[in-house]
Design a protein around this ligand. Structure first.
Ligand code: SF4
Length: 214
C-alpha cells in the first residue's frame, strides 16, 4: 500500500468538483467539430490564444466537409501564430478526411485516439463535452502540477498520473475530476506563488503540509 492509499480522494475532491462542475470549458467552442479542431490546436499553446483565432477559422470552414477542402497555405495564413502549426495543420486535415469518410465523430476513447493529433488528454475532453461515459481522467499541464502537489500521485508523467487518478477517484467522479483540478491549477495552485490561503483543498494537501507549513 502506498503512502496516500488511506485517503478518500473522492470525498476530498467533491467540494472542488461542486465548485467547478458548471464552469464553461476554457476552449470556447460552438459544437463538437469546433472542439475537435481546437483541442488539436491548443496542445502546447494557450486556450485564450486558440479562442481568439477560432472565429476566423470557423467562419471560413464551418463544417468538417468544408475543412476537408482547405489547403495547407490557407490554413497556414490563419494559424501561423500557433505553436507547431505545421504539424497541427496536417493533423487537422487528416482528421477531417478520416471523419468525413467515417461519417461521424467517434465517441469512445479507442477510436478518438486513432485520430491524428488526438491523445488521451484531448479524448477525455471530447468525451466529457459530448456527454459520453468517461474512460479516463483529463491530465493537462495544470493537473500535471496539482495532482502531485496534493499527493494523489507521486508520478510526473501524464499517463501514470491519469492511472493514479483513476485508481484513487471513484469512476462516477472521473468526468469532472480532471477539469476541476485544471481550474484549481489555473486559478489558485499556480506554478509560482500558489494561493494556499484561498485553496479549498489545503487541509488535505500534502505539499501544503510538508513544504509550506513546516
Ligand atoms: S494547498 Fe497550495 S499547493 Fe496544495 S493544492 Fe492548494 S494551492 Fe496547491
Amino acid at each position: 500500500m502506498d503512502l496516500f492509499d488511506d485517503k478518500d480522494w473522492g470525498e476530498i475532491l467533491k467540494p472542488l468538483i461542486e465548485k467547478y462542475r458548471n464552469h464553461r470549458h476554457p476552449l470556447h467552442y460552438g459544437n463538437i467539430y469546433q472542439l475537435l479542431v481546437m483541442v488539436i490546436l491548443s496542445a502546447q499553446d494557450r486556450d485564450d490564444h486558440i479562442n481568439s483565432l477560432a472565429p476566423a477559422i470557423f467562419d471560413r470552414y464551418p463544417t468538417i466537409d468544408t475543412l476537408t477542402e482547405a489547403n495547407q497555405n490557407d490554413l497556414t495564413q490563419l494559424l501561423q501564430g500557433v505553436r507547431y502549426h505545421n504539424n497541427k495543420i496536417e493533423w487537422i486535415l487528416q482528421t477531417a478526411k478520416i471523419i468525413k469518410s467515417k461519417g461521424y465523430i467517434p465517441e469512445n476513447m479507442k477510436e478518438l485516439t486513432t485520430l491524428p493529433g488526438i491523445g488521451r488528454k484531448s479524448a477525455n475532453v471530447l468525451l466529457r463535452e459530448m456527454g459520453r461515459p468517461s474512460e479516463g481522467v483529463l491530465v493537462d499541464l495544470h493537473v500535471l502540477r496539482v495532482a502531485p502537489r496534493l499527493g494523489i500521485t507521486k508520478a510526473t508523467v501524464a499517463d501514470t498520473i491519469e492511472k493514479d487518478l483513476m485508481k484513487h477517484v471513484p469512476k462516477n467522479l472521473w468526468e469532472d475530476t480532471g477539469l476541476s483540478l485544471s481550474f484549481l491549477g489555473r486559478e489558485i495552485c499556480r506554478p509560482t506563488n500558489p494561493k494556499h490561503n484561498e485553496c479549498i483543498l489545503a487541509d488535505s494537501c500534502e505539499w501544503f503540509k510538508s513544504v509550506v507549513k513546516s
